[in-house]
Design a protein around this ligand. Structure first.
Ligand SMILES: *Cc1c(COP(=O)(O)O)cnc(C)c1O
Length: 380
């Protein structure tokens, strides 16, 4: 059966998993290793670094949601990003969205460069400009859409055209919209990355990451790197992620509804100069996003009139928490300049508009009236 995504968030591809004793939820197989029934025989599981039944159920779940051939579950989003870098050789060039998650920029600049990889950054919402930056040694496009934190939208079908024309891998970090709203593989992506810490886990209580692929020839390569590097997700965290994903659809629908209301309210506030929310029709990427996804998500960035206002908001919020991260049931406010993008060079930050007046809000599951009241008193 081809079940709809809400159903797949709960059951995965299968109608019913066969767990011991009829357990409805997956048992936490807290074991490092597995006994072999005989010489040259295996239960299908040998050692938990390489595979584990709890983690496998989660990996199959993500593959089902993303339409991937295979997924590996990693200890964090950054572990998945690092694993992805291992697919490349010294001298390879990767062309990235210029407004990436700061941790990815740090990994590329430090670890990637040390391995002889080259990176450059383009405004991938501009396809013509992006094409001009493709080099002879370019091997991949690395895209975030919406981007983090300025919510720029990249047309994934156009990126796929470039990828085909120049023989590149198309890699998409799908953390912000999740497979509930967007399926990059349907639009041609070869690899999809997630920080499972965010919406997929959804409760700000654990870290996780995923690397999914739609390419048969990459499946065994990634599996080999995965068991060799050993940055796997623990059985307990795999269980938490599966538990989080069961409510992904209702959380995202509600969080998006609240985010839309809050974005509209922020737009009308006298101390707010600019609001970056994909769901506002005046957002520059609104139409492209509408063509390639089923929603806008619940991430809002905004600029205040002065740096003083931004700082006061961070100090005065009572219900919303000043903290890094996003996507959970608790609403969080981030100061990207100092937090998520602290390692991004200042001139790059300034160019993108990530200034001392720039704030990023992850809208959680609290009542939106309470969230607006908190923002109102903090902005007053
Ligand atoms: C948080 C995040 C990451 C890194 O994930 P961790 O789980 O924190 O390691 C990567 N990409 C994006 C878009 C993120 O928001």
């Amino acid at each position: 059966m081809d079940y709809k995504i809400e159903t797949r968030c709960i059951h995965g591809k299968e109608e019913r998993e066969n767990h011991s004793f009829g357990a409805i939820t997956v048992p936490i197989y807290q074991t490092a290793t597995f006994s072999h029934p005989g010489i040259g025989n295996s239960t299908g599981f040998d050692y938990s670094r390489e595979s584990n039944p709890t983690r496998k159920e989660l990996e199959d779940m993500i593959s089902s949601l993303e339409g991937a051939l295979d997924t590996v579950a990693c200890a964090s989003g950054m572990a998945a990003v690092s694993l992805c870098l291992e697919l490349f050789q010294p001298g390879d060039h990767i062309l990235c969205t210029d407004d990436l998650y700061g941790g990815s920029v740090r990994a590329f600049g430090e670890l990637g460069t040390k391995r002889g990889l080259e990176f450059s950054y383009a405004d991938t919402s501009d396809c013509v400009g992006t094409e001009k930056m493709i080099r002879k040694n370019t091997k991949a496009l690395y895209i975030e859409t919406p981007s983090n934190p300025t919510m720029k939208i990249t047309d994934l079908s156009k990126m796929k055209e470039l990828a085909i024309r120049y023989g590149l891998l198309l890699i998409v970090d799908n953390t912000f919209l999740t497979p509930y709203f967007q399926n990059p593989i349907d639009l041609g992506a070869d690899l999809v990355i997630h920080s499972g810490t965010k919406f997929l886990g959804g409760h700000n209580d654990t870290l996780a990451g995923f690397l999914s692929t739609s390419r048969g020839e990459l499946v065994s390569k990634i599996r080999y790197l995965y068991k060799t590097i050993g940055n796997c997700l623990s059985p307990f965290d795999s269980f938490l992620l599966l538990r989080g994903i069961k409510t992904l659809s209702v959380r995202l629908e509600r969080q998006q509804e609240s985010a839309y209301r809050i974005a509209r309210w922020l737009k009308g506030h006298e101390k707010v100069r600019q609001v970056y929310y994909v769901g506002l029709p005046e957002h520059p990427g609104y139409e492209v996003n509408q063509n390639q996804s089923r929603g806008f998500g619940s991430m809002i960035s905004f600029c205040t009139d002065t740096a003083g206002t931004a700082r006061r908001v961070l100090e005065r919020i009572r219900l919303i928490t000043y903290a890094e991260s996003l996507g959970g049931v608790e609403s969080l406010l981030t100061y990207p300049m100092l937090q998520t993008h602290g390692d991004v060079p200042e001139e790059v930050r300034e160019k993108l508009g990530i200034t001392d007046r720039f704030l990023r809000l992850s809208v959680g599951l609290e009542n939106p009236d309470d969230l607006i009241a908190d923002l109102r008193q903090a902005l007053s």
